[in-house]
Design a protein around this ligand. Structure first.
Ligand code: SAM
Length: 257
């Protein structure tokens, strides 16, 4: 086999790398190479064990994980860590779950690097929404159904996040809602208040891509109850129902073996 040319901006002081939703299957080749050729990996909690296992033993790992709404390394501390490591001359991979540019506080960390005069590169990863849609056998957009896709967070620094509920309540709209479990009742209430059809399909995909993956499907009318069923990280696909025929990738692999 011909060697595959990988372009990973090897001279960046810090490379932001998206790890994908958890399974090694979804790590990009570029991300894999970046993890092999670095001195230190600063990673989040949502970076799964399958991915961390691919980091060679001598490479230093710094866990700056945050547990849900619980205690965490502050953003200021994370910024200070990556800046200090890079200024010390170590090549840094800043590894984040999913895609680095989606609810990953990427810009805040880039600004800290810029303030310190440090270079950076970005290797995007597969975000949980696209992997969740694949898991239920659906496209995130569809001709004649939705011309746009909304990516929302269920909460922000002020608490439950307000959104354009009136727009999202229109027939055919599709949204991927991140961090939406705790705010599911709020989201349900807001959408119904703005006239969304209670029969709109809603699918919550938990632990996307991992052996613990679970698909909980229902309608807007029981979104709050569905959310109570999930214990792991979950993305809510508003406006999409699972297709019966969609098989888990593991199932396909088993069938071929
Ligand atoms: C801080 S955001 C990070 C999102 C990440 N950058 C991405 O692109 O997927 C964390 C949220 O992403 C979603 N998430 C991350 N990993 C997931 C997974 N394996 N399964 C389902 N949802 C996941 C959940 O909504 C979780 O609360």
């Amino acid at each position: 086999m011909n060697p595959i040319p990988i372009i990973t901006a090897p001279f960046a002081a810090v490379t932001f790398v998206g790890a994908g939703p958890g399974a090694a299957l979804h790590l990009t080749l570029g991300a894999f190479h970046a993890l092999q050729g670095t001195d230190v990996v600063v990673h989040d909690r949502l970076v799964g064990a399958q991915i961390l296992a691919l980091i060679p033993a001598p490479i230093c790992r710094i866990d700056v994980g945050k547990v849900g709404f619980g205690p965490s390394t502050s953003q200021a501390e994370i910024n200070a860590i990556i800046v200090a490591e890079a200024l010390a001359g170590r090549r840094v991979v800043r590894l984040k779950g999913g895609d680095v540019g989606i609810f990953g506080r990427l810009d805040e960390e880039i600004e800290a690097l810029e303030a310190a005069g440090l270079s950076f590169a970005i290797l995007p990863g597969l975000t949980s929404a696209s992997t969740a849609a694949a898991a239920i056998g659906q496209g995130l957009t569809r001709r004649g159904r939705n011309r746009s896709l909304r990516i929302l967070t269920g909460h922000d620094m002020e608490g439950f996040a307000e959104q354009d509920w009136r727009g999202l309540a229109q027939p055919g709209e599709v949204a991927a809602i991140y961090m939406g479990k705790k705010s599911a009742r709020f989201i349900q209430g807001r959408l119904m208040m703005h006239g969304a059809d209670p029969a709109t399909p809603v699918t919550l995909v938990e632990n996307v891509s991992l052996p613990e993956q679970r698909v909980h499907s229902g309608t807007l009318a029981n979104l709050a109850e569905i959310a109570l069923c999930a214990s792991g990280p979950a993305v809510i696909l508003f406006g999409l129902a699972p297709r019966r025929a969609a098989l888990a990738l593991e199932t396909l692999q088993e069938a071929r073996a």
